[in-house]
Design a protein around this ligand. Structure first.
Ligand code: KMH
Ligand code: ZN
Length: 271
């Protein structure tokens, strides 16, 4: 089996320090958390950023400040800014971080209920994001919250908006979207093209369960505070690194090696 790429989704857009006081949100906190996550075994940092008040922002300048800080701290992992931002943001706000020329960025592949909100990703928006990423030579991570999203991504492929390796992120367990279960994970993976790679992101208490099965199925794993703030029932996670370390232990027990940042680049055909 391919070596395991672990993504650390450091802080997301929705979680607050009230939810978990260990949540990193300032540039220094995110940089420290990214370095510890990489040292623990992560090879991709999925990045959201916050403004001075701790609110989600997609401002290019804020992303630049945080990415510079992460790189200064010595992180070699792939930095993958979000173009999802937070539900309700305009596409013009959301797209900004790609103009910092990251190696990778997310491309959300369909509209979905997102808790009480609607996270809007219609095909014209997706075409626009994909076209800009193609121009800038950025590998999109194709975020799919339900099976129709996979077919939206394949529609973009057919239309010539995607010209790189296909890498999907199967996100299961968002309230209002497809629930996290082994059956649903298998169902989603069955619909992926055979030469694609994929990551799973299980939300909340499903994070560990999804990771467990993904490791044995040959997929890659995303963990981190964006998706889950608990280490186990009733016990908040201390850090993203703590969550990453557990995945490393699981993979090692199963006999699957962990990809370094350079190996992750090879698997994803970046460069
Ligand atoms: N915060 C969610 C509404 C992404 O990063 O591309 C969207 C999200 C997906 O987190
Ligand atoms: Zn995200």
């Amino acid at each position: 089996m391919e070596k395991l790429i672990i993504t650390a989704a450091i802080c997301g857009a929705e979680v607050t320090k009230e939810d978990n006081p260990n949540l990193p949100i300032s540039a220094s906190e995110i940089a420290r958390a990214s370095l510890s996550a990489e040292q623990a075994g992560a090879s991709i940092i999925h990045l959201h950023v916050r403004d001075e008040e701790g609110n989600p922002t997609q401002q290019k300048e804020v992303f630049k400040k945080v990415i510079d800080k992460i790189k200064e701290s010595g992180v070699k992992a792939i930095i993958q800014p979000s173009t999802g931002g937070a539900a309700g943001m305009t596409w013009q706000e959301r797209i900004q971080p790609i103009y910092l020329n990251p190696e990778m960025a997310t491309l959300d592949c369909g509209t979905t209920n997102f808790g009480d909100d609607i996270f809007v990703n219609d095909l014209p928006l997706m075409r626009n994001f994909a076209k800009e990423m193609k121009k800038l030579d950025i590998l999109p991570e194709l975020e799919c919250f339900e099976v129709g999203h996979i077919y939206n991504a394949l529609q973009l492929l057919k239309e010539g908006f995607l010209d790189k390796h296909l890498h999907f992120d199967i996100v299961l367990g968002i309230p209002g979207a497809m629930p996290a279960s082994i059956k649903n994970l298998l169902f989603m993976v069955e619909h992926l093209p055979s030469d694609a790679t994929w990551t799973s992101a299980g939300i909340g208490r499903h994070q560990l369960e999804m990771a467990y099965h993904t490791i044995t199925m040959g997929g890659h794993v995303r963990v981190g505070f964006e998706d889950n703030i608990y280490y186990k029932k009733g016990k908040l996670a201390e850090s993203n690194a703590q969550l990453v370390k557990r995945i490393v232990r699981l993979a090692e027990n199963y006999g699957r090696e962990i990809a370094s940042p350079q190996e992750a680049r090879q698997i994803l055909q970046i460069n």
